[in-house]
Ligand binder design. Structure first.
Ligand code: ZN
Length: 289
C-alpha cells in the first residue's frame, strides 16, 4: 500500500525509527518508593507530550516511572500503527497507570491543516478513528479528551478559546464547536517548550523552562488558576538530545518549586464522561437499509 509521508513537520523526515530500540520493560516496584509527587491543589502541573509514539516516547515513559510523576501523552493513530516498535511503545504507555494516553487525531491532518479544518464530518471521523485505535488497545478507554493537530484550541466547561494564530476568515471555530457538541473535551496549552522545527531539539534548558513557568504562574497567566498545561513533543526527548536527562532535570526543578503532577483527567470535573460514538453512528447509518 502506498503510504503518504507525514508532512506536518519537517522534523519528521529525520525521525524515522528503525526498530533499534528494545522496549524497556516497565519498572518493577522500586525497593524504596519515591514520595509521590502528584496532585497538589495549589500548583498542579499537567505535563503533556504530543505526536507520539515516536523515538523519544520510551525515554519519556521511563523518566515518568522513575520520578513517579503523572502526565498525559496525546498520541497520533497513524503513528501508533506505523511499526512494531511504535505499536509496542503505544501499548507500553497505555499500560502505565501514571500516564493517560489521549487522542491527538488519527492523521494529524497529514500536515494539511487548512483542509483538515474545513470539513466538519471528516474532522470528527478522524478523531473518532483514533478512539477506535485506543479502544482496540485498551478496552476501558472511555475518556473524551483530545488535543487538536496544530491548533491551540480549548473547549472545556468554562474555557472556550480559539487559536490566536488562525485568521478569522478560515472559519474553523464552528468545527471546534461541533467536536465539543459531540462531547469531546479539547485541551490546548498554556506554554510550549519550543523546539527547532528542523531537528526537534528544544531551544531552552530545563532550568530556563522551569523559571518561565514560575513567572507565568506568579502572574496568573494560565487558563486556570494554579493549573499549568505544558506542551512538549516526544521527538525532543530522543537519546541524541539527552532526552531522559532533560526531562528528569525539568521534573526535578518543578518538584523543588512545589509543583504536583496530574493528567488532564484531573483538570476538569467531567461527570459521566464518555467518548462520542459519531463514527460508529455514521458507519451504521451508511449500512442501514
Ligand atoms: Zn501535534
Amino acid at each position: 500500500m502506498f503510504f503518504f509521508p507525514f508532512v506536518g513537520f519537517a522534523s519528521y523526515d529525520i525521525i524515522d525509527d528503525y526498530e533499534v530500540y528494545d522496549i524497556q520493560k516497565p519498572l518493577t516496584i522500586p525497593i524504596t518508593p519515591k514520595k509521590e509527587a502528584n496532585i497538589n491543589s495549589d500548583k498542579t502541573m499537567f505535563l503533556t507530550f504530543d505526536d507520539g509514539p515516536l523515538l523519544g516516547s520510551n525515554n519519556i515513559i521511563s523518566v515518568l516511572q522513575e520520578e513517579n510523576v503523572k502526565a498525559t501523552m496525546f498520541m497520533i493513530g497513524k503513528h501508533a500503527q506505523r511499526s512494531k516498535y511504535r505499536k509496542k511503545t503505544f501499548k507500553r504507555a497505555i499500560k502505565e497507570p501514571l500516564i493517560l494516553v489521549a487522542n491527538h487525531t488519527y492523521s494529524h491532518a497529514d500536515g494539511r491543516y487548512k483542509h483538515f479544518y474545513s470539513d466538519k464530518e471528516a474532522l470528527i471521523e478522524d478523531i473518532n478513528k483514533m478512539d477506535q485505535i485506543l479502544m482496540e488497545n485498551d478496552p476501558n478507554h472511555n475518556l473524551p479528551y483530545c488535543r487538536l493537530a496544530g491548533r491551540n484550541v480549548w473547549r472545556l466547561p468554562k474555557i472556550i478559546r480559539n487559536d490566536a494564530g488562525i485568521p478569522k476568515r478560515y472559519c474553523e471555530n464552528d468545527k471546534y464547536d461541533a467536536l465539543s457538541e459531540c462531547g469531546y473535551k479539547i485541551f490546548g496549552w498554556d506554554y510550549q517548550w519550543e523546539y527547532n522545527p528542523r531537528s526537534g531539539k528544544v531551544y531552552k534548558t530545563p532550568q530556563e523552562i522551569a523559571n518561565t513557568i514560575e513567572k507565568i504562574y506568579k502572574r496568573g497567566r494560565t487558563r486556570k488558576t494554579g493549573k499549568f498545561v505544558l506542551l512538549m513533543h516526544d521527538f525532543s526527548f530522543r537519546d541524541k538530545f539527552g532526552g531522559k536527562e532533560q526531562l528528569r532535570e525539568l521534573i526535578t526543578e518543578l518538584k523543588s518549586l512545589g509543583w504536583g503532577f496530574a493528567t488532564v483527567a484531573n483538570y476538569i470535573k467531567a461527570k459521566n464522561c464518555k467518548i462520542p460514538y459519531a463514527y460508529n453512528t455514521r458507519q451504521q447509518k451508511t449500512t442501514e437499509h
